[in-house]
Design a protein around this ligand. Structure first.
Ligand code: GLN
Length: 450
C-alpha cells in the first residue's frame, strides 16, 4: 500500500506505464497469510519490484515504450521475471523507458518523458529512466532495467542510486525485448549493494531458453559480500577518460580527489593509456544499430505489432505504413543507420571495421585485467541534462555514452555507485568495472567505496 500510494503521489514523474494495484495488494496479503512460524521465508518474500517495459511478465502488457506494441500482452515470463516470482517478489508494475531502450534521456518514449525526482526540470537519464526514478523515489524497492550501452548505469548516476550491469551472459535474456543482442543485459537498480547482490543471485545463471547465458555457477553473492578484500587492490583508470575535453570540470575534480583518497587508503591506483577511447562510441553505434535493424524487422504489422488501417496494394506498402506509424523518430533513425552499415556497398567499411575494433578492445581488456583487478571512471561526463537540452543534438547525446559503452563492447560487469554531488545539486556516480564474471570483486569494491 505504501508503494502504491507513493507511485500515485508521484504520477507527475511519469515513471510508470502500468501499476498492478489490485493484484499486488492481493499477492501481498496472500504472502502474509502463507507465513508459517518458524519456517524460513522465500529470499524475496514480499519484496516489491518494478520491471522496465522491455521485460516480459506473463499476461501483462509490455510495449518497449513504443506505439508499435501498444496493447500487446506478454504470453510468457522472462526467465528473470519467473525467478523473481518464485523467490516471493511482488511485481508492482511496468516502467517507462526510451522506445526499444534507445536513448539516454527517456524523452524518446511514445508515452511521454520521465522527470528526475531530484530536479523535475532535468531528465532522469535513459533508457531505463522510469526504473531509476522508481527506486530513487521509493515507488518500489528494486527495479530491473536493461543495459545495452549504459541504460542502467547512466540513469542510476543521474538519480543518485546504484545501477549494476552484470557480465554479458550472466543473466538470461529470454523474455527481454531485444535491442542489440550481443550487448543487451538485464541490470539491477537498488539503494544498497546487499539488495543488488541478493537480486543478482536469484536471477543469474544458466537457462535452457538462452544459449548465450553462461553455465558458470552463480556464486553466493550475499555471503561473498561479507568477506572483505585482501591484499592491496590494483586499480586502473584510463588517462584519456579523465583528460577528455567533454568531461565536466566538477566531475573530473571529484573523481581525481577520490583516486587520491583511495591511494591514501592503500589501494594502488594507476593511470593507463587507452588510445581506443575515441573509437568506442562509433563502434558501439555501428554494431548496435546493425543488430537493432535486424532485431526490429519482426515488427512489421503481420508477425508482431501495429498494423496500419490504410488500404494497400501490396505487402511492402503495408510494412512501410505500419512501421512508419508505429516506430518513433529515434528508432527509425537507428534502423536506417543499421541497414546502411549492413548494406552491400558499406558492410566492410563500417560493420567489419567495427567488429575488428571490438576484437582489439577484447584483447586490450584481457591484458589490463592481468595487471589490475578493476578499472574506474566517471559513469557519465556530465550531470543530468535539462529536459529538451539533448533533443536537437543526437551526436552530443551519443557522445555522452563514452564511459559506459566500453563494458558492453567487451562483456564485462560494470556498476555505477552514487558517491558524489555536483555543485549544481545533482548527484553523480563512479563507475567500477571488473573482468568478466567477477561480479564478486565488483560488489565488494562497491561496498568498500560506499
Ligand atoms: N544510450 C545508449 C543508446 O542509446 C544506451 C542504451 C541502452 O543501454 N539501452 O544506445
Amino acid at each position: 500500500r505504501f508503494y502504491i500510494d507513493t507511485i500515485k503521489r508521484d504520477a507527475h514523474l511519469n515513471a510508470w506505464l502500468s501499476v498492478y494495484e489490485e493484484e499486488a495488494l492481493s499477492l501481498a496479503s496472500q504472502l502474509d497469510d502463507s507465513r508459517k512460524p518458524g519456517e524460513p521465508l522465500a529470499p524475496l518474500h514480499g519484496v516489491v519490484i518494478g520491471l522496465k517495459d522491455v521485460i516480459l511478465y506473463k499476461d501483462h502488457p509490455v510495449s518497449a515504450a513504443s506505439a508499435i506494441l501498444k496493447d500487446y500482452t506478454a504470453i510468457y515470463d522472462a526467465t528473470a521475471t519467473l525467478r523473481l516470482k518464485e523467490a516471493g517478489a511482488i511485481i508492482i508494475g511496468r516502467q517507462n523507458c526510451d522506445e526499444f531502450a534507445m536513448g539516454s534521456t527517456n524523452e524518446h518514449s511514445a508515452y511521454g518523458a520521465v522527470k528526475n525526482p531530484i530536479d523535475t526540470t532535468r531528465v532522469p537519464g535513459g533508457s531505463s529512466g522510469g526504473s531509476a526514478v522508481a527506486v530513487q523515489a521509493d515507488h518500489c524497492m528494486i527495479s530491473l532495467g536493461s543495459d545495452t550501452g549504459g541504460s542502467v548505469r547512466q540513469p542510476a548516476d543521474f538519480c543518485g542510486i546504484i545501477g549494476l550491469k552484470p557480465s554479458y551472459g550472466r543473466i538470461s535474456r529470454y523474455g527481454l525485448i531485444a535491442y542489440a543482442s550481443s550487448f543487451d543485459q538485464i541490470g539491477i537498480f537498488a539503494k544498497n549493494i546487499e539488495d543488488i547482490a541478493l537480486t543478482l543471485q536469484i536471477i543469474a545463471g544458466d537457462d535452457a531458453f538462452d544459449s548465450t547465458v553462461s553455465p558458470e555457477p552463480v556464486p553466493d553473492y550475499t555471503t561473498e559480500l561479507q568477506n572483505t578484500l585482501t591484499a592491496p587492490q590494483r586499480i586502473a583508470y584510463f588517462k584519456e577518460a579523465l583528460d577528455h575535453p567533454g568531461l565536466d570540470p566538477a566531475i573530473k575534480a571529484s573523481t581525481e580527489a577520490f583516486i587520491k583518497k583511495l591511494t591514501e587508503q592503500g589501494y594502488i591506483v594507476e593511470p593507463i593509456d587507452f588510445e581506443l577511447l575515441e573509437y568506442v562510441v562509433p563502434t558501439y553505434y555501428i554494431l548496435t544499430t546493425a543488430e537493432a535493424s535486424s532485431n526490429l524487422s519482426r515488427f512489421d504489422g503481420v508477425r508482431f505489432g501495429h498494423r496500419s488501417k490504410l488500404h494497400f496494394e501490396d505487402l511492402n506498402a503495408l510494412y512501410k505504413a505500419s512501421r512508419s506509424e508505429g516506430f518513433g523518430k529515434e528508432v527509425q533513425r537507428r534502423i536506417m543507420l543499421g541497414s546502411f552499415v549492413l548494406s552491400a556497398g558499406y558492410f566492410d567499411a563500417y560493420f567489419t571495421k567495427a567488429q575488428q575494433v571490438r576484437a582489439m578492445l577484447h584483447t586490450q581488456t584481457a591484458a589490463i585485467f592481468q595487471q589490475y583487478s578493476a578499472i574506474i571512471s566517471p559513469t557519465v561526463p556530465s550531470p543530468a541534462f535539462k529536459i529538451g537540452e539533448m533533443q536537437n543534438d543526437q551526436v552530443a547525446m551519443f557522445l555522452a555514452d563514452i564511459y559506459t559503452v566500453f563494458a558492453n563492447l567487451v562483456g564485462i560487469p560494470a556498476i555505477s555507485v552514487p558517491l558524489f554531488q555536483h555543485p549544481n545539486g545533482m548527484p553523480f556516480g563512479l563507475q567500477i568495472m571488473t573482468s568478466q564474471f567477477d561480479e564478486v570483486s565488483l560488489l565488494r569494491l562497491s561496498k568498500q567505496f560506499m
